[in-house]
Design a protein around this ligand. Structure first.
Ligand SMILES: Cc1cc2nc3c(=O)[nH]c(=O)nc-3n(C[C@H](O)[C@H](O)[C@H](O)COP(=O)(O)O)c2cc1C
Length: 185
């Protein structure tokens, strides 16, 4: 009997949107956890985020090219459409642009359209407390919550700490998305 996946066994497709946060180099943790949970995974990186990850290693792990820029008109779509999106890590910058509808990177463009398309989306912010203190940030989270986006529990690190790698739970993205997808099924 063939073990090739047929249309009836097609796995759900997860976009992992990676922003330019110091922790982004560990994104393989989320990719691996998602693949173990039976997702196919494609990565969309912000242009700045590309510099924070090992693109070749990510592409080898997912089997898909990383998307970062818009394709040329007429070019084929490099990734299948997503069944769900995890924005991890999500920067202060991308969160505020997404909430405001400023679609100036492919990553934010995909996120802005995901709302209208009804694609379940979870965001794991990774930022420091000085960034989080800006009034725009709370308003952005309130707006995204109102759009149905599920928001991770990371408590911003102190600006001097330089990151909170030990407290950032990559798998929380899957914990947030899975019940939403089960409810839709
Ligand atoms: C080493 C380094 C680490 C950074 N870590 C973060 C971070 O954890 N969170 C954040 O919001 N910005 C962080 N930044 C700032 C972002 O990279 C910067 O705001 C960038 O414009 C974000 O672009 P993007 O949102 O398009 O990915 C960091 C910058 C550097 C140089």
């Amino acid at each position: 009997m063939s073990d090739q996946p047929g249309p009836q066994t097609k796995k759900p497709f997860l976009y992992v949107v990676v922003c330019a946060a110091g922790i982004a180099g560990d994104v393989h943790e989320l990719i691996t956890a998602a693949q173990r949970a039976n997702w196919d995974v494609g990565v969309v990186a912000t242009p700045q985020g590309l510099g924070f990850i090992d693109a070749a290693a990510v592409e080898a792990r997912t089997g898909y090219p990383i998307r970062s820029a818009w394709r040329a008109p007429g070019d084929p779509r490099p990734l299948p459409p997503p069944d769900a999106i995890a924005v991890a890590p999500a920067t202060f910058n991308t969160i505020n642009k997404w909430a405001a509808g400023i679609s100036d990177t492919l990553a934010v463009g995909i996120l802005c359209e995901a709302y209208g398309l009804g694609i379940p989306t979870a965001v794991l912010p990774h930022l420091n407390s000085a960034q989080a203190a800006h009034p725009a940030y709370r308003l952005s989270l309130d707006r995204l919550r109102g759009m149905g986006v599920m928001i991770g529990s990371y408590e911003p690190h102190s600006p001097e700490a330089g990151g909170g790698a030990g407290r950032f739970r990559w798998e929380e993205a899957l914990e947030l998305l899975t019940p939403r997808l089960s409810a839709q099924a």
